[in-house]
Design a protein around this ligand. Structure first.
Ligand SMILES: [Zn+2]
Ligand SMILES: [Zn+2]
Length: 350
């Protein structure tokens, strides 16, 4: 089968691999959609910067896989051939405290914690070998490209939004309108947010957020953002703010543009954040939450909600490429001038 690896110099290498044979508790998945994540670009594509859980070990790339089971190893308990499945992208030991909570992202067993596309083969190939315990059913109402986005981005966003509790009481600010920020806007609306405001530095992204009808207001990132947001919210600020940019300034905007008693969630990775604890947080009774990926049960819950709400994450995909053209897909994603970029197969190619 064909698959790609990322050598780390902003190139993509297409190689041939043997099709894996599923062992006990494992399945072989025919890939249908495999989307590119911002962290693939940040920690692997340009240069192998990742450490610890983000250390890339030269495996087949891609940690947002979705496809169909075509072969089953012995000992399966729930899934079967022809099931459509999303893969939770970290395979944990299954028995540490974090795994038992469903947060395999935080598995503490160094020997058994392996993320698809980082330490074990991922979704940028024709087939993927996965463990049954890492699978989530993809309902017929959702496309494979909907599912691929749940595997990382939408799951991560949903976790953060649940932590700060978005509802019809809230106006919501999202800083950073890459695919994760767009997902935050889409899910905030679905959860009932009465007003959504998006900030970014890149015009194409602001335009996309407006065109997709996800942001009621978009603001170009700049020194007046807090003032602008206050003007849009009767001088009060937003009840809930979410940083998806990882940018120092944008994080400060999220803190200062949150209303008194507001909740702030940091999802975007890397960088720094400088704020004055007394005026910015303590005297305003504000709370900052950090959120990293999600649990497998919450991902399963999100899939159910997406069907109930009738919304489709694949709407955020602006560009689709076949596997042979994966190098164009990564280059486009790294330019920041697209929405979500997907490598797709079979019926998802249209
Ligand atoms: Zn990711
Ligand atoms: Zn574990």
């Amino acid at each position: 089968m064909k698959g790609i690896i990322l050598p780390g110099n902003s190139t993509v290498e297409l190689k041939h691999f043997d099709i894996p044979v599923p062992g006990y508790g494992e399945v072989l998945i025919k890939m249908k959609s495999s989307t590119i994540c911002g962290s693939d670009i940040r920690a692997i594509y340009h240069e192998h910067l990742g450490k610890g859980p983000e250390r890339y070990q030269g495996v087949i790339a891609g940690h947002e896989p979705c496809g169909q089971i075509v072969e089953c190893g012995p000992g399966l308990r729930r899934f079967k051939k022809s099931d459509r499945v999303i893969v939770y992208h970290i395979s944990g030991c299954g028995v540490c405290n974090d795994c038992r909570r469903g947060y395999m992202i935080s598995c503490t067993n160094e020997k058994y914690r392996r993320a698809y596309g980082w330490q074990r083969d991922g979704g940028m190939a024709e087939y993927l070998l996965a463990e049954e315990k890492d699978l989530i059913f993809l309902p017929d109402e959702l496309s494979y490209s909907d599912g691929a986005q749940v595997a990382c981005g939408f799951g991560t966003v949903y976790e953060g939004l649940e932590k700060i509790g978005i509802s019809g009481n809230d106006s919501v600010l999202v800083a950073g309108l890459g695919p994760v920020g767009l997902a935050a806007l889409m899910l905030s609306k679905a959860l009932g947010a009465v007003k959504t405001i998006g900030i970014d530095i890149i015009d194409e992204r602001l335009k996309l957020a407006e065109e997709l009808n996800l942001a009621d207001h978009v603001l170009k990132a700049g020194p007046d953002n807090v003032k602008q947001i206050n003007e849009l919210t009767n001088g009060k600020g937003c009840e809930k703010t979410i940083d998806c940019s990882g940018n120092d300034r944008a994080r400060l905007t999220c803190i200062q543009a949150a209303r008194k008693w507001g909740k702030i969630c940091f999802i975007g990775e890397g960088g720094d954040c400088f704020f004055r604890p007394s005026p910015d947080i303590i005297h305003e009774q504000k709370t900052i939450y950090g959120s990293w990926v999600t649990s497998i049960w919450r991902m399963e819950e999100l899939v159910e909600k997406l069907v109930r709400w009738g919304i489709h994450p694949d709407k955020l995909i602006t560009d689709r490429f076949p596997l042979d053209r994966a190098s164009e897909a990564y280059a486009l994603m790294s330019s920041g001038k697209s929405g979500k970029v997907a490598v797709v197969f079979d019926e998802e190619l249209k």
